[in-house]
Design a protein around this ligand. Structure first.
Ligand code: ATP
Ligand code: 5RP
Length: 441
C-alpha cells in the first residue's frame, strides 16, 4: 500500500468540442507539457474511478491515494526520445467492467487516409449507439468509445520534420505500445494512453481510457500490425479514388481551412507513396470496404458531385450477415427510377453480385447516382435484405435523421448506415446483448 497526496495535476487544457476522430477542425486536448511529472505519476496511482473523475472535471483536487492500480506499459519507452515513457496499463481489471456489466469489449477497426470521411462515418456509428459525442480527447460514450490511432505516433510534428518521415510511415507509430495497450483494453484493463495533439503537433501526457462495450480504433493503421489486427472483431476500410479524395479535400481545406488548390494537390501527392505503402495494403484485411468513385452515369465527369459507391462485404465473418439486393448470391442490375422512386438527372443504378476480392469471397452492392427524395428510400430498403434493421423502415429513418450530413443523398450515407447497423448487429451476435434502436418508426 502506498499513500501520498496528489496536488497540482493541472487542468485538462483547451478542452473543446471535437469530432469522434483525429484531426478534424475541432482540436484535441490534453495536459500541458510532454514529460511525465511527479503529479502524473501520482495520478497513475490513483484508483481509476478517481482518475476518471479528475479527467472529466478537468480540475485537480487533492486525492489521497489508496493503492496502486496501474503499471508502466512494457513497451512505453521504446519510442524515439522516450516520448511514451508515461504510458501505463492497469494492473487489475477495470472497475468499469463490473459497473457497466461488460462481458467482452467488441473491437472494431476503421482504416482510411486522412480526409476520407472517417469522422462523418463514425458520427453515424456513434449515433447508432445513442452516444452524443462527449467532450474531451477520446469520446467515451455509454456504449461506445472511439480511439484515434494517431495517439501512438512516436514522433511529434517537429520530430517528423527532423527525421524526414511522414505520419503514415510505420516507423512513425509505436506499434509495440499500441498492441500492448489495445490488448489490455480488450482484456478489460484501463490504460493511460498517449495523446497526439493535432493543435500543437506535440505528444501530450496520457489520458485514462477504460474498456467499453464497443471500442472503435480508427486511423491510418488499425489493420497494419498483426497483433492489433487480431484483436479486431470487425474491420472497415474507407476507400476513396484519388479524384474523390481531391474533390473532398478541396471542398474542406479550401473552404474551411484556407488552403490553396496547389497546396492541397501538393500535399496529396506528397503523401501518396507512403499512403500506398502503409495504408492501402490494409484494405486486403477489411471485412467491409466502402469504395467511392466518380459516377459512370456521366461520361468524363470529374466534378465528384455524383458518385458511384460500392459496399464490399466479406463472407464468413462471425456475426456479420452480408446484406444483399433481391436474391442472395445472384447478380442483379436494377434501375429503380419510375413510379415508386423519383430520380433526378442522371438517374440511379444499382448492382449486386458475388465478387472475388484479394482471393476471398465477397459480395458487392453498388449504387451510382443520387436519391432525389430520401423519404422514398423505403422502396429501396424493401428490396434490401440482411440490413441489420430492427423494424421495417429503420434504414430510411436513419438516413432521414442524417439528411444534413455529407453524402446524405448518395451511396456513401446508405452504405455507412448499413455498416453502422451491422456493427450493432455484430455486437449483439457476439455478446448476446440487445441494443434499442435510437430512431423509432
Ligand atoms: N460522403 C461524403 N460526401 C461528400 N463529402 C464528404 C463525405 N464524407 C466526408 N466528406 C467531406 O470530406 C471532408 C473530410 O471528411 P471527414 O472529416 O469525415 O474525414 P476524416 O477522414 O475524418 O478526415 P481527417 O482524418 O483529416 O480528420 C469533409 O469536408 C467532409 O464534409
Ligand atoms: O494523417 C494524419 C492522420 O490524422 C495526420 O496528418 C497525422 O496524424 C499528423 O497530424 P498533424 O498533421 O496534425 O501533425
Amino acid at each position: 500500500m502506498l499513500g501520498f497526496v496528489v496536488t497540482g495535476l493541472g487542468r485538462a487544457s483547451g478542452v473543446r468540442e471535437r469530432s469522434p476522430v483525429c484531426g478534424l477542425s475541432a482540436r484535441r486536448s490534453g495536459f500541458a507539457g510532454s514529460t511525465m511529472t511527479s503529479s502524473t505519476q501520482a495520478f497513475l496511482a490513483v484508483p481509476p474511478m478517481s482518475r476518471a473523475r479528475i479527467l472529466r472535471s478537468g480540475r485537480c483536487t487533492s486525492v489521497r491515494m489508496q493503492t496502486s492500480t496501474m503499471q508502466k506499459a512494457r513497451h512505453s519507452d521504446k519510442a524515439p526520445r522516450g516520448v511514451h515513457a508515461d504510458a501505463a496499463v492497469g494492473a487489475i481489471k477495470s472497475e468499469v467492467l463490473q459497473r457497466k456489466n461488460i462481458q467482452r469489449p467488441v473491437m472494431v477497426g476503421v482504416a482510411a487516409d486522412s480526409g476520407a470521411g472517417k469522422s462523418t462515418f463514425l458520427r453515424r456509428v456513434m449515433r447508432m449507439f445513442g452516444s452524443e459525442i462527449p467532450k474531451g480527447h477520446t469520446p467515451q460514450g455509454e456504449l461506445i468509445t472511439v480511439i484515434c490511432l494517431d495517439d501512438w505516433h512516436n514522433r511529434d510534428r517537429q520530430g517528423r520534420k527532423e527525421d524526414s518521415i511522414t505520419a503514415l510511415d510505420e516507423k512513425c507509430q509505436n506499434f509495440d505500445l499500441m498492441a500492448e495497450q489495445l490488448e489490455a483494453l480488450k482484456n478489460g484493463f484501463d490504460i493511460m494512453k498517449p495523446i497526439y495533439n493535432h493543435e500543437t503537433g506535440r505528444i501530450d501526457p496520457p489520458e485514462l481510457v477504460s474498456p467499453n462495450h464497443i471500442v472503435v480504433v480508427e486511423g491510418l493503421h488499425p489493420m497494419y500490425d498483426a497483433r492489433v489486427r487480431k484483436l479486431l472483431d470487425f474491420s472497415v476500410y474507407l476507400d476513396l479514388d484519388d479524384e474523390v479524395k481531391i474533390a473532398w479535400k478541396i471542398q474542406r481545406d479550401m473552404a474551411e481551412r484556407g488552403h490553396t488548390l496547389e497546396s492541397i494537390l501538393a500535399s496529396i501527392e506528397a503523401r501518396k507513396p507512403d499512403f500506398e505503402r502503409f495504408v492501402l495494403p490494409q484494405r486486403q484485411y477489411a471485412d467491409a470496404v466502402i469504395q467511392v468513385k466518380l459516377t459512370e452515369l456521366l461520361p468524363d465527369d470529374k466534378e465528384g458531385k455524383i458518385l458511384k459507391v460500392r459496399l464490399l462485404q466479406r463472407e464468413g465473418v462471425p456475426g456479420f450477415k452480408t446484406s444483399y439486393l433481391f436474391d442472395e448470391g445472384s447478380t442483379i442490375e436494377w434501375i429503380p427510377c419510375g413510379r415508386r422512386l423519383t430520380c433526378s438527372y442522371p438517374g440511379i443504378k444499382f448492382r449486386y453480385g458475388p465478387e472475388t476480392f484479394y482471393d476471398s469471397d465477397f459480395s458487392a452492392i453498388e449504387v451510382d447516382g443520387e436519391f432525389a427524395k430520401l423519404e422514398e428510400l423505403v422502396y429501396i430498403e424493401s428490396h434490401l435484405s440482411n440490413t441489420g434493421t430492427k423494424y421495417y423502415g429503420e434504414l430510411t429513418q436513419l438516413m432521414l435523421a442524417a439528411q444534413n450530413t455529407p453524402g446524405a443523398y448518395n451511396g456513401t450515407a446508405l452504405f455507412q448506415t448499413i455498416i453502422a447497423l451491422k456493427i450493432r448487429e455484430i455486437y449483439e451476435q457476439l455478446t448476446g446483448r440487445k441494443v434499442e434502436p435510437v430512431v423509432r418508426s
